[in-house]
Write a protein that binds this ligand. Structure first.
Ligand code: AQP
Length: 356
């Protein structure tokens, strides 16, 4: 039986990039699990969120908002185990054990901490000042991510393309542990969504991100119809008022075509054209303008998001907020039970606990 695990940081309400890159896939896997019998665990990874500065009260709220958002896109607590990472202490415990066989050299080559600290040189060479700014938690983030996955004996991890490197590292952690102690941990497979990286609407060379200050750069999955329209209308393109698919030369237009391709358009030629290139060819043949393209993108994105906001607000406020707490508590209990099974074997293998 496959075990699927994935996580999302409670650093804000998810956006279209999170949704198309990861969450939509989680929902699809949940639907398929009715046939496959796969076990599914999805976590709001709050311990990861504090690798960057967070205001305590804001984080407390954002954890709940993220849980409500996961439920609003259709994750069902009867079918998937949904929980806060910090409710399951086995994640942090395994992280420590993995840290003792993880290579600093390997972690040093990871790109995420460099991009968060805006270190651009390839080797990631650090000045003394940067060394002070680089916190141990941010540097060792991939070890915790590996523990999240390995503690649940996940076989498949659906993530966005940007997480490939971390998944490779998680496999390395499993191999190191198994070679040092005992063959217990499972090296998981990465499942990337067919969606490539969704780019920022204001800076289409950067990925769409929750924590970028400019709100106009993203569309939240809880957006109202009017917000979707105004964000797409304001999306940065260029001065050529025709549709072509040239990701390097015209990243803004390419991003819109990718979004349309992902969300599916409803034009009469929808059977024949679905890839961004095919869509661009159709628009070019029809002599369409960027305004025409944008109108179709608005409609397509709205078809995906219609209804999410209503469900999100309902879940956040049900039983004065208590309903969400109950759902999380049940999920956390199931996740702790699952993780503890692995940890008993791990503790024994390392010499920290009795035979399970
Ligand atoms: N722009 C994106 N396109 C496609 N997939 C994306 N993901 C994130 N941004 C895009 C995928 O969403 C999942 C959850 O991401 P995360 O919350 O763990 O953190 P992140 O990748 O760092 O996402 P953000 O939105 O950019 O958050 P902040 O601003 O907090 O760093 C992952 O599977 C990721 O691949």
């Amino acid at each position: 039986r496959n075990v699927v695990f994935s996580g999302i940081q409670p650093t804000g309400v998810p956006h279209l990039g999170n949704y198309l890159g990861a969450l939509r896939q989680w929902k699809r896997l949940q639907d398929e699990a009715q046939l496959t019998g796969d076990k599914l665990l999805f976590s709001v990874v709050d311990l990861h969120a504090i690798t960057m500065p967070q205001e305590a009260e804001a984080l407390r709220i954002q954890r709940r908002e993220m849980m409500a958002a996961l439920l609003a896109i259709g994750l069902d607590p009867d079918k998937s185990t949904l929980f806060f990472q910090s409710s399951v202490p086995q994640h942090a415990e395994l992280m420590w054990i993995l840290s003792c066989t993880a290579s600093m050299g390997y972690l040093g080559r990871m790109t995420q901490w460099k991009s968060k600290l805006q270190i651009n040189n390839k080797q990631g060479d650090l000045s003394e000042d940067a060394m002070t700014k680089l916190k141990l938690g941010l540097f060792s983030y991939p070890v915790l991510q590996a523990a999240d996955i390995l503690v649940h004996r996940a076989t498949h991890v659906p993530v966005g393309d940007d997480q490939r490197q971390h998944l490779e590292f998680a496999r390395e952690c499993a191999t190191n542990f198994n070679a040092t102690y005992k063959d217990i941990l499972i090296a998981p497979e990465t499942v990337t969504a067919p969606s490539p990286r969704v780019m920022s609407l204001t800076h289409p060379h950067n990925k769409m991100s929750k924590s970028t200050p400019n709100h106009r750069s993203r569309i939240l999955i809880t957006a109202r119809a009017e917000e979707v329209r105004s964000r797409i209308a304001g999306a940065v393109t260029d001065s050529l008022n025709a549709v072509t698919y040239e990701p390097d030369l015209r990243p803004g237009v390419a991003n819109l075509l990718e979004l349309l391709s992902q969300c599916g358009h409803s034009g009469e030629w929808k059977e024949e054209a679905s890839s961004p290139q095919q869509l661009a060819d159709r628009y070019a043949t029809a002599g369409a303008t960027l305004k025409d393209l944008k109108a179709d993108v608005v409609a397509a994105v709205w078809r995906e998001l219609d209804g999410v906001r209503g469900r999100y607000l309902d879940f956040l406020n049900r039983k004065g907020g208590k309903w969400l707490d109950e759902i999380e508590a049940e999920g956390a209990e199931a996740a702790r039970e699952n993780a503890e099974k692995t940890m008993r074997r791990v503790r024994h293998a390392v010499g920290l606990g009795p035979r399970p």
